[in-house]
Write a protein that binds this ligand. Structure first.
Ligand code: CA
Length: 261
């Protein structure tokens, strides 16, 4: 994910510097505070995350140190975002993610997973059980803040927006998903049904890493017993047909694919 274009606002004063006598209502345009739940048993890491996210003054961070405490906390008060370490006592991050995703009232809470750099399979599993993004340890706090902003922004856009746009218009690519029509630089491109559905799913989830398993599940469906390798084959064919727009389908090594704008 490109993070360089995401402004990290460091200029706003922290709430902690406000004098106690100043009523909260006097703040200019008081926006609802963003609530972030950090699930991490390593206290120094959790503390650094809390410090970083609360610095801007518009975010409130709660820390819990175990998976079961996370499920309990989310059930009591829904956060705007969960930062979830994979390695936790009692319930693992993966299990917590599964539980939250399976419940209707918590199913759409954005989740960023924290994973160890060495554990590629954990990252894939994390994305498969529905995490929105992942960050590998050790991470920079600046990157973390940028990811949090990106995920929150994406979530707000998605929750406000009507169903995904039926038309995608890029520099080279024009795809009208209702009309089942795709063209590159004005020239129509003939796609197979599967290639078309693959493109549609990638575009609908643009800028998001999609694992091969997730693509299989969403594009091919559960009933198709095919190998994850065929995702690569189909992506290869799709890229070849997209010509000057082919670079928009990125390979994310070890993880899957991402449609970038
Ligand atoms: Ca941990």
């Amino acid at each position: 994910m490109q993070t360089s274009g995401i402004p990290v606002d460091r200029s706003r004063p922290s709430d902690r510097t406000a004098t106690p006598s100043q009523p909260a209502g006097n703040r200019v345009a008081p926006a609802p505070r963003t609530r972030v739940l950090v699930v991490e048993d390593e206290q120094d890491i959790a503390g650094l995350i809390k410090h970083t996210l609360e610095r801007g003054g518009d975010t409130e961070v709660e820390i819990v140190e175990s998976g079961d405490a996370a499920v309990k906390s989310v059930g009591e008060r829904t956060p705007d975002l969960v930062i979830l370490d994979l390695n936790l006592p009692v319930l693992s991050g993966i299990e917590v993610c599964r539980i939250l995703r399976a419940r209707p009232n918590t199913g759409s809470i954005p989740i960023i997973m924290l994973t160890a750099r060495t554990s590629e399979s954990d990252r894939v599993t994390g994305l498969d059980v529905g995490a929105d993004d992942y960050i590998t340890k050790p991470f920079s706090l600046r990157e973390l803040a940028a990811r949090v902003r990106a995920v929150l922004r994406r979530n707000r856009t998605e929750s406000q927006a009507p169903p995904p746009a039926a038309i995608y218009r890029g520099t080279h690519l024009l795809a009208d998903f209702d009309a089942v029509s795709v063209s590159v630089d004005g020239t129509p491109v003939r796609l197979t049904r599967r290639e078309f559905e693959l493109l549609r799913y990638l575009v609908q989830n643009k800028n998001r890493v999609l694992s091969r398993d997730r693509l299989l599940e969403r594009v091919w469906g559960y009933d198709h017993f095919i190998e994850t390798r065929s995702v690569d084959v189909h992506v290869g064919r799709l890229r070849a047909k997209l010509g000057s727009a082919s670079h928009q389908i990125e390979t994310v090594v070890g993880l899957g694919y991402r449609f970038v704008e």
